[in-house]
Design a protein around this ligand. Structure first.
Ligand SMILES: Cc1cc2nc3c(=O)[nH]c(=O)nc-3n(C[C@H](O)[C@H](O)[C@H](O)COP(=O)(O)OP(=O)(O)OC[C@H]3O[C@@H](n4cnc5c(N)ncnc54)[C@H](O)[C@@H]3O)c2cc1C
Length: 374
């Protein structure tokens, strides 16, 4: 097989690389995608599609992405049932009055960005999710959120692109101005390279400001007992920002199979893939506290994954500050499945000179590099 020169070489076919390659090919460019099959975050994650509002840039990126997921999801299900997209929505649980006040503030922030969100009182929450423990204060329901099985979605994005997209399962050793050198010494030449290699991207571009955040997940057997929404405690947002030790939060997803996917934990700076019983047990105890019936359920499998995080929690999307032909789509931390679609649209617009779908400045790689050099 010959590997001629392409417009773009995309390094990494996780959800972010696959989405970027899909959009670049749709914009009329020839795109070659390479992936070393290292098993990145896309293989390990939860696939909750959720509008997050820690800051305005995250809110803009995630809400724009959800709009695209609502369009992609049904098309994915029609041709690849493994994608298992559902628009189940998120139920942000308020355990007490203080968290209920936070639910109200969150509703206002989401509504200001055009995202529908409904406050439920204790009674309405119990009716909507009877498996939750009693005594909770209420919830904020975000009906436009959803979930997807991200590894299948990434495959769909590559398969459903125009024929100007090609794929190869190979590993890149080095990126240079004319493309990349593979580990077997051969070259793949391109006018531009998009680096979407997740956490290992730092091996190909040493100055990237990325650090790992390890997470644990557990999945149960199938049970008739059901929850209807992705259930997340409102304290989750604080847990995503904890900088030391293991932060755990209640976060449970109803899989279309009848299984429950249980998260979540965050350990800054950790990338050892071993499951840590102490962290797992804290996470499961919290889940049982909110969903008492879980205590009788079998856990089929537990595993970990690593999120690639930046210092300010926002991804790096755009041109590398000093390497003209290198473009970055990395650092999506715990939200990369959600934010892959708008990342791909933004990167494609930046690379082709098309009108930008959202403000690129907060995501520009220069924000960290400027700080490093001043
Ligand atoms: C426990 C956990 C739970 C999560 N839950 C959610 C969630 O509910 N919702 C959400 O939106 N996000 C979630 N995330 C985050 C999400 O999974 C990631 O942000 C997203 O998958 C990142 O995708 P990516 O394509 O950037 O990287 P990856 O999926 O890591 O893909 C990188 C790819 O690059 C390839 N690669 C690396 N180096 C090379 C090389 N040298 N040559 C060729 N190929 C290479 C790898 O093989 C890999 O396939 C979670 C993450 C974890 C760990």
């Amino acid at each position: 097989m010959s590997h001629g020169h392409t417009d773009v070489l995309v390094v990494g076919a996780g959800i972010v690389g696959a989405a970027c390659a899909h959009e670049l090919a749709r914009a009329g460019l020839s795109v070659h995608v390479v992936d070393a099959r290292l098993g990145g975050a896309t293989q390990a994650g939860m696939g909750h599609l959720v509008v997050m509002d820690d800051n305005t840039a995250e809110l803009a990126l995630s809400s724009a992405s959800l709009e695209i997921w609502r369009e992609w999801g049904p098309r994915m299900n029609a041709t690849e049932t493994g994608c298992a997209y559902t628009g189940c929505g998120t139920m942000w649980i308020a355990a007490n009055e203080e968290e209920m006040a936070e639910a109200e503030r969150k509703q206002a922030r989401l509504r200001a960005c055009g995202v529908a969100a409904t406050l439920l009182n204790a009674r309405q929450l119990a009716d909507a999710e009877p498996a939750l423990r009693t005594g909770l204060a209420g919830a904020l329901q975000v009906p436009g959120d959803g979930l997807v099985y991200a590894p299948s979605a990434a495959r769909w994005l590559l398969a459903q692109a125009p024929p100007t997209l090609s794929f190869e399962a190979v590993e890149v050793r080095q990126i240079d101005t004319h493309g990349a050198v593979l580990t077997d010494g051969s070259r793949r030449d391109a006018s531009a390279v998009v680096l979407a290699a997740g956490m290992p991207a730092t091996r190909l571009c040493a100055d990237l400001p990325l650090h790992p955040k390890k997470g644990h997940l557990a999945i149960t057997d199938r049970y008739p007992f059901a929850i209807r929404h992705q259930l997340v405690e409102l304290g989750y947002m604080a847990s995503t920002q904890q900088r030391e030790g293991a932060a755990v939060a209640f976060n449970v997803q109803p899989r279309p199979t009848g299984q429950l996917l249980i998260g979540s934990s965050r350990q800054v700076g950790e990338e050892d893939p071993a499951v840590e019983p102490a962290v797992l047990s804290r996470m499961l105890k919290l889940a049982i506290d909110y969903l008492p019936a879980l205590s009788g359920h079998n856990i089929l499998r537990t595993w970990t994954g690593v999120r690639a995080a930046t210092p300010d929690g926002l991804p790096l999307v755009g041109r590398h500050p000093t390497r003209e032909s290198l473009w970055l789509a990395v650092g999506h931390e715990g939200l990369g499945v959600t934010t892959a679609p708008a990342t791909a649209k933004l990167l494609t617009a930046l690379m082709t000179g098309a009108p930008l779908p959202l403000d690129a400045a907060p995501l520009a790689a220069t924000r960290h590099f400027d700080k490093a050099t001043t």
